[in-house]
Design a protein around this ligand. Structure first.
Ligand SMILES: Cc1ncc(C[n+]2csc(CCOP(=O)(O)OP(=O)(O)O)c2C)c(N)n1
Length: 575
């Protein structure tokens, strides 16, 4: 049957089982919006294209399905870039559709023209410019395939508006074959055997697992391997929830703000089995000093990530789930009693903790969220201290329940990601843990949430600072707080380093009023004794809620391994 390019696009999205599209219109995508009109696709109008990209990303992270976003040419497309880069750094499957000026105007500096395939080349797994309607269906099919296979990631498809209007026969390509793109699934049996032998011989092994565990769905296999060979497990930020946090073998997160015992275990291990993780510098600390005593086995679907920063003794290229299934067969049942006892001592001597006094501390708020939700809620985070406290104190035993921008560290990510996650999981409680700085980066999406009855909760840990940067200035820059006070105004003394005093401005904005202005519910809590009741109310309302907690202003995230230091040079408090 003859269809326009825009209609073909919609048919393809439906064939790919996309049910929600997040986006924003403009001149060069009107044909696509016309085709959406009356189609079964659920379209969510964000208030900024960056929001749409993060929504698609949150949808993808919370389900494992490809998230879809749509923007017009020029500024619409460039507004997607941060969202695409966020998804790219964390290997999240997203397909972004952008409109482009008509083919005959490309390269002419036409109105709202941007070379979006050029601009996004470094932050997408792949991108396409469709110049001929005959290529459209196959391109969309390939875009979904590339986004969701191998090392997953965002793919952009740029469609000129004349291609959207052109007409052709719609033929759905059932099979796709992309020359030069053949993701490896099975690991090399010889290499897997080598990892198994290393595990069988090891006295002090550690499993270090990353986001690849979540994208391949290898949770059961990790538990089986850990239990069979009696190996402790540490998670990266991206894999939190993939291993039960109440499991006796769980060490918590490693790296800069990881637990002391996870970092100690890594530094004293004789074998590290890294699975679906990429030895990010926030994880390794000083590379030369990382796990000096350990042999490194590295299992990853992306060959280019192996030996990139830490040289692997035993590389295995393959899908984590498939490789682990083979590995388990070759691993002997074992016990590492002494090793686990040593770790147990570190756990006791340096537990993850905070001062539980009468003050309203952010960690306490997150602790209470865990208690009230039993770790069943999907938690997204913004970026900064709020994110690290959420990683440390929100305890969930379920994968895809902790969603955070790891690689890019994008402030403004959590709220739109929560909207995407809630649309994909309408029955689940979805909570964004936010800082007062980050939430202001995509606060306009309150309109999207309220108008679509999206019941997400935003917990704002308001310290009136860009807290994480302030923490670095406090620790490493002689407490010269520069550009981090969110209350600083023209009347403030130049070099003010004091947290809020009576002379300070009343803070801007008033989050309760902002929430109300958009038709959401705004709540404010100033005392520790009111935290539980405020959270109870927040969680019980079937509405979009902003709940603001006025927390200790100069609270810091501990433990902390200073950037570039070895993992065992850890700060547990300010001396
Ligand atoms: C888009 C963006 N700009 C700047 C930064 C640098 N940055 C990292 S954390 C942070 C402070 C975050 O402040 P806030 O959201 O208030 O959270 P807090 O650290 O106080 O919990 C900043 C500015 C970033 N990560 N992302």
């Amino acid at each position: 049957m003859q269809k326009t390019g825009a209609q073909i696009l919609i048919e393809c999205l439906l064939k790919e089982k996309a049910d929600v599209v997040f986006g924003y219109p403009g001149g060069q995508v009107i044909p696509i919006f016309d085709a959406i009109y009356g189609s079964p696709l659920h379209f969510i109008l964000s208030r900024h294209e960056q929001g749409a990209a993060h929504m698609a990303d949150g949808y993808a992270r919370s389900t494992g399905r490809v998230g879809v976003c749509l923007a017009t040419s020029g500024p619409g497309a460039t507004n997607l870039v941060t969202g695409l880069a966020t998804a790219f750094m964390d290997s999240i499957p997203v397909v972004a559709i952008t409109g482009q000026v008509p083919t005959h105007l490309i390269g002419n500096d036409a109105f709202q023209e941007a070379d979006i395939t050029g601009i996004t080349r470094p932050v997408t797994k792949h991108n396409f410019l469709v110049k001929d309607i005959k290529d459209l269906a196959r391109t969309i099919r390939e875009a979904f395939y590339i986004a969701s296979t191998g090392r997953q990631g965002p793919v952009l498809v740029d469609i000129p508006s004349d291609v959207q209007r052109a007409v052709t026969e719609f033929i759905w390509p059932e099979n796709i074959e992309i020359r030069s793109y053949k993701p490896v699934q099975h690991g090399h049996p010889g290499q897997i055997k080598k990892v198994a032998d290393a595990i069988n011989e090891s006295k002090q092994p550690v499993l270090y697992t990353g986001g690849g565990i979540i994208s391949s769905g290898a949770y059961k296999e990790v538990i089986e391997l850990a239990e069979k060979a009696d190996i402790p497990v540490t998670n990266t930020l991206l894999s939190l929830g993939s291993f039960p946090q109440d499991h006796r073998l769980f060490l918590g997160m490693l790296g800069m703000h990881g637990t002391c015992y996870a970092n100690n275990a890594v530094q004293n291990a004789d074998l590290i089995i890294a699975i679906g993780a990429r030895f990010d510098d926030r994880v390794t600390g000083k590379v030369d000093a990382f796990a000096k005593k350990a042999k490194i086995a590295h299992i990853d679907i992306d060959p280019t990530s192996i030996s990139k920063s830490i040289s692997a003794d035993i590389p295995v290229v393959g899908d984590a789930k498939t490789v682990l299934a083979e590995l388990i067969k070759n691993v002997k049942k074992n016990s590492h009693k002494e090793w686990l006892e040593a770790i147990g001592k570190w756990k006791k001597s340096n537990p993850l903790s905070y001062k539980n006094d009468e003050k309203l501390r952010p960690q306490y708020v997150i602790d209470c969220i865990t208690k009230l939700t039993k770790g069943e809620a999907i938690v997204t985070t913004e970026v900064g201290q709020n994110q690290m406290w959420a990683a440390q104190f929100y305890k969930t035993n379920r994968p895809r329940n902790f969603i955070s921008s790891g690689g890019l560290g994008t402030m403004g990510y959590g709220f739109p990601a929560a909207i995407g996650a809630k649309l994909a999981n309408p029955k689940k409680q979805v909570i964004d843990i936010a800082g007062d700085g980050s939430i202001q980066m995509n606060i306009q999406e309150l309109a999207t949430a309220v108008l679509n009855n999206i019941n997400v909760k935003v917990i704002i840990l308001n310290n009136h600072y860009l807290g994480m940067v302030r923490q670095w200035q406090e620790f490493f820059w002689g407490k010269r707080y520069s550009g981090v006070c969110l209350m600083k105004g023209s009347g403030c003394p130049d070099k003010c380093n004091k947290p809020q005093s009576k002379k300070c401005f009343t803070y801007v904005p008033d989050f309760v009023k902002i929430a109300e202005a958009y038709g959401a519910v705004g709540l404010r809590c100033k005392n520790k004794k009111d935290v539980i009741s405020t959270l109870r109310k927040t969680l019980s309302l079937n509405k979009t809620v902003f709940a603001e907690f006025i927390v200790e202003q100069e609270e810091n995230v501990f433990p902390m391994v200073p950037a570039g230091k070895p993992l065992d040079e850890v700060m547990t408090s300010l001396a």
